[in-house]
Design a protein around this ligand. Structure first.
Ligand SMILES: [Zn+2]
Length: 115
């Protein structure tokens, strides 16, 4: 019987390649697309900043670097800072929210030897 013409082809021609993303989610305030990356390939410097919380970061780039590479550097750097803060145990770190599951020894020991 009647054959239906399948028009599975969209009206669009060849897809345009999207430009590489230059906006990313901020690691600090978690706002999406708040972080803008600028690439200064002449100067060899990649820079990003968050328009919401004002965080900035710079790293060296080369002519092959893309915005996402700068963002990746930032993620790594922030990760390292977080790990450093985590491994440091000499004092409370205001930026790290370490979950303390250990019992504090002071709970059991009552200092009675103050005489
Ligand atoms: Zn931010």
């Amino acid at each position: 019987m009647g054959k239906r013409k399948k028009s599975s082809r969209g009206p669009q021609g060849p897809r345009k390649k999207d430009p590489l993303p230059t906006k990313f989610t901020c690691l600090f305030c978690n706002h999406e697309e708040a972080v803008t990356v600028l690439l200064d390939k002449k100067g060899g410097v990649g820079q990003l900043d968050c328009s919401v919380c004002g965080q900035t970061f710079q790293c060296a780039i080369n002519y092959l670097s893309a915005a996402v590479d700068v963002y990746g550097e930032w993620v790594d750097a922030a990760d390292m800072v977080a790990k450093e803060a985590d491994s440091r145990q000499d004092g409370p770190e205001p930026t790290s929210r370490a979950i303390r599951s250990r019992r504090t020894p002071e709970d059991d020991v009552d200092a009675d030897d103050e005489e």
